[in-house]
Unconditional design. Structure first.
Length: 320
């Protein structure tokens, strides 16, 4: 059985957008990319030299093959995908805006093949033989069978000493705050590492509204390592024995989507390498900065580029 450094699963969609900052209603062409929180992390880790795997339920159609090929292109193992007949692929549309017009996103994902993923679809041996399992609240939001799959995957991982990370990744277009908090609290309690945006920690879990106090509060509630981010204010982590922080670094923002996944990927990469928590946070903020400067969900960046930026000596500090 192949051992993966990281295994993950969830919905990945086709991302469709007009060229440049054109309006969606006026465009005659659409640019096509592949995007999904979990597959972003798998692809990012593969690009950093880790052996990663991603799976989901995909329609057995050319659109499903596009998703597989787009993820596999980055070196991710996609051999555990479940192919579904007569089911659809989720789509999402992005219209980029220039101030004062904001970027907007529309989902077309209801009743997708991935939303029917269940615990019976899990490659249990692959999970049991991995070093790390990564999951997100986006998959939990897709329906009860998906939430069941997350809980079962966590159980399998826990029985086999596999590290578990969970990214809250709240999406208001998918579910309300009360339902999200009820479903995700046990998942956060089970995970070894939890990623959460400060605004979500406050709104869903009643945490304090500063990063350090928030991380301390949630660590007392859930245990493990709690990693709280707050946009350009940086990231803070607290575990049972220490706390660490890292500021963001200046970057020209080209595409915001996928930056949080890039940060999580960088942190996970370093934790897999047994790096100190503070070093992991700095690596993650640099990776997020690179992701912001690159179009698309996946951080098309090399380990050498990240290391070179870190070796400049400021550890990723913010420059204005």
């Amino acid at each position: 059985m192949t051992q993966y450094d990281l295994i993950t699963f969830g919905e990945t969609m086709l991302r469709l957008s007009p060229p440049g900052i054109n309006r969606l209603e006026d465009t005659a062409t659409l640019e096509v990319q592949v995007g999904g929180a979990e597959s972003n992390v798998a692809a990012n880790l593969a690009r950093l030299g880790k052996k990663s795997a991603w799976f989901s339920r995909l329609p057995d159609t050319p659109l499903g093959y596009t998703i597989r090929n787009g993820i596999r292109h980055h070196g991710v193992d996609t051999s555990h995908i479940i192919w579904a007949d007569n089911q659809r692929l989720g789509l999402y549309f992005i219209e980029y805006g220039a101030a004062p017009r904001s970027t907007q996103v529309w989902y077309d994902r209801a009743n997708s093949a991935s939303s029917h993923l269940g615990s019976d679809d899990l490659p249990r041996e692959a999970i049991a033989h991995s070093r790390w399992l990564h999951l997100t609240g986006i998959t939990a939001a897709l329906g009860s069978t998906c939430a069941d799959a997350i809980n079962m995957a966590m159980f399998i991982a826990g029985q086999n000493n596999v590290q578990i990370s969970f990214d809250v990744n709240y999406r208001a277009m998918l579910w309300d705050e009360k339902s999200a908090a009820t479903t995700m609290t046990p998942m956060c309690e089970t995970a070894d590492v939890v990623f959460v945006a400060l605004r979500d920690a406050v709104n869903l879990f009643g945490a304090p509204d500063t990063m350090l106090d928030c991380a301390r509060h949630l660590q007392e509630q859930w245990g493990g390592t709690i990693i709280v981010s707050d946009g350009d204010k940086g990231v803070t982590a607290v575990d049972a024995t220490q706390q660490a922080t890292a500021p963001t670094i200046q970057t020209q923002i080209i595409d915001r989507i996928g930056a949080g996944d890039a940060m999580a990927s960088g942190i996970i990469c370093q934790l897999l390498e047994k790096a100190p928590l503070e070093k992991a946070l700095h690596f993650g903020t640099v990776m997020a900065a690179f992701a912001l400067s690159i179009p698309g969900d996946i951080a098309r960046v090399s380990r050498a580029e990240i290391d070179a930026r870190l070796n400049q000596g400021d550890g990723g500090s913010l420059r204005r």
